[in-house]
Design a protein around this ligand. Structure first.
Ligand SMILES: C[S@@+](CC[C@H](N)C(=O)[O-])C[C@H]1O[C@@H](n2cnc3c(N)ncnc32)[C@H](O)[C@@H]1O
Length: 202
């Protein structure tokens, strides 16, 4: 496998090693989860993309049901997506196909919801044990996701997500701002083990 092409830049090496770590081991959200080993879990992932992390959730937490929520479309306010995928729908259609193929062996556990997370939230008619937020990382979207999915969580359930870092890259600043705001406003204990954050609903 070739990881490095072109010049070796120290930030690139660190990014690749960090990515590699999370491909080999489950991310902290499921690895350290108080739900690990529990039976009959129902959860959701917001932002599924190629399905790699959904697969990790399915393997590590072994839920009975996982809502896989992703519109797979470039909607008007999705600036991050436009810079990542471009303006053409084709890469997103291919990503969705890739995710469905990767997750095919768990198809009986998955409920695909091809919608924006805000629309999907009103369609889920059961309590959730966990929600992992990794969709649109703009502050207003993360804030909206947290506020829409928190009420769906049962007591003892876990709400969390990805990309709780900024450093010199500012593209994920909004995640940190929205998460801290929610925790402080509601007097909740925030847990962080990079690159994930989570809050247990007591
Ligand atoms: C960073 S990727 C997700 C990566 C995935 N969680 C993983 O770790 O394997 C972000 C995904 O969020 C989706 N997305 C963007 N806006 C969304 C929204 N409002 N609701 C749900 N998903 C959204 C995009 O289509 C994209 O596939």
């Amino acid at each position: 496998m070739r990881f490095f092409t072109g010049e070796l830049d120290e930030n690139r090496i660190i990014d690749v090693l960090s990515d590699l770590k999370h491909r080999v081991f489950p991310r902290p959200f499921e690895r350290l989860s108080p739900l690990r080993g529990a039976q009959g879990l129902v959860g959701a992932e917001i932002g599924v993309c190629g399905g790699e992390h959904a697969l990790s959730l399915l393997r590590t937490l072994e839920p009975d049901r996982l809502y896989c929520i992703d519109p797979y479309s470039i909607y008007e306010t999705y600036d991050e997506g436009r810079s990542h995928y471009g303006i053409d729908q084709t890469p997103l259609d291919e990503t969705e196909k890739k995710a469905r193929a990767l997750l095919a062996s768990h198809a009986d556990k998955i409920v695909w919801v091809r919608r924006l997370s805000s629309e999907a939230a009103v369609e889920i008619r059961e309590q959730l044990d966990f929600v992992y937020i990794d969709g649109n990382h703009a502050e207003s979207f993360v804030r909206e996701d947290i506020r829409a999915y928190w009420p769906l969580l049962r007591r003892g359930g876990v709400l969390g997500g990805h990309d709780y870092y900024n450093g010199f890259q500012s593209e994920h600043d909004g995640v940190i701002a929205a998460v801290i705001e929610f925790a402080v406003d509601n007097g909740l204990k925030l847990k962080v083990e990079l690159p994930d954050w989570w809050i247990v609903k007591s």
